[in-house]
Ligand binder design. Structure first.
Ligand SMILES: NC(=O)c1ccc[n+]([C@@H]2O[C@H](COP(=O)([O-])OP(=O)(O)OC[C@H]3O[C@@H](n4cnc5c(N)ncnc54)[C@H](OP(=O)(O)O)[C@@H]3O)[C@@H](O)[C@H]2O)c1
Length: 259
């Protein structure tokens, strides 16, 4: 199987390296910026290109890993390359509908790795769920086969399910990470070592391996310790934005246990 990667950002970088490691030939890597394309392409023995019009139509699969808002325009440009029309083209987005591609290619799909990727951080790829979808059975089979080469978990997920999963993913990952950032901002501002909180952060994550998060909730909102909540809000007067978030989340926790 030969693959062309369109996009050399966080996902392009990790996916490209994983495919290469598993012996899948990545023919070309495209990025608007040739240096970005070359940085990845050189590592995985692919050709770097920065002109979509020059993409070879000879690959078995085209993976578009550009920012969500650019998927449709990249698909459109790709569809104008001679010999491309019959090719299988997928994107890697949790949020974008497959119509971003199916509007331009009759053989379309999605290959969404459900993980948070940063170029600077290694990931355990074999544990990452790959959510696949495609218009044709034959293409679903191909995507499943590719997914199984790079991960232990491949699941067919519809556009609707994927969009919902993505909302949940943003809440559990992006929002949680933002709360870690707030914790760090507060402790650093007060010259207290943020590392003191790390075992607590780790335990929070470990606990939900076996038990539902609902059962694992502790703290003043869960216990409805009004005096403590008041004290926290008084302290947070110096961070009005965080005070708002604290109030909102406290109410959400209290509501969950009132039902
Ligand atoms: N990061 C994650 O954790 C994650 C996880 C799962 C899925 N995804 C999905 O994977 C896709 C890529 O995300 P990412 O995090 O890898 O993004 P990223 O690191 O920001 O990289 C974005 C890529 O898009 C290209 N790009 C941006 N605007 C473009 C345009 N108008 N035309 C052509 N190319 C354009 C950039 O090219 P240049 O280098 O030329 O600027 C870059 O290669 C998105 O659909 C995202 O939803 C991301």
């Amino acid at each position: 199987m030969t693959v062309t990667l369109i996009g050399a950002g966080n996902v392009g970088f990790h996916l490209g390296n994983r495919l290469f490691k598993k012996g899948i030939v990545v023919r070309e890597v495209y990025s608007r910026n040739l240096e970005n394309a070359a940085h990845l392409a050189n590592k995985i023995k692919a050709k770097a290109i920065n002109d979509l019009a020059k993409i070879s139509p000879a690959s078995d699969l085209y993976i578009i890993a550009v920012k969500d808002d650019a998927i449709a325009s990249v698909s459109e440009q790709l569809s104008q390359v001679e010999g491309m029309r019959e090719n299988l083209v997928v994107h890697t987005s949790g949020a974008a509908a497959s119509s971003n591609i199916s509007n331009y290619f009759k053989n379309y799909g999605v290959f969404y790795p459900l993980q948070s990727f940063s170029k600077t951080r290694k990931v355990a790829f074999s544990t990452i769920p790959i959510c696949i979808e495609a218009g044709r059975k034959k293409d679903r089979k191909l995507l499943r086969k590719l997914g199984n080469k790079i991960s232990q978990k491949v699941a067919r997920i519809s556009d609707t399910e994927r969009a919902i999963l993505h909302v949940a993913a943003v809440i559990v990952n992006n929002f949680t990470n933002h709360l870690f950032h707030i914790g760090q901002t507060i402790t650093e501002k007060e010259q207290i070592d943020f590392d003191l909180l790390k075992p607590l952060i780790q335990e929070t994550l470990l606990k939900i391996e076996n038990l539902p998060p609902y059962e694992m909730q502790t703290g003043p909102a869960r216990r409805n310790d009004k005096k403590t909540i008041k004290k926290h809000l008084k302290y947070l007067q110096k961070f009005p934005e965080y005070a708002q978030l604290y109030t909102l989340l406290t109410k959400s926790i209290q509501d969950a246990y009132r039902r």
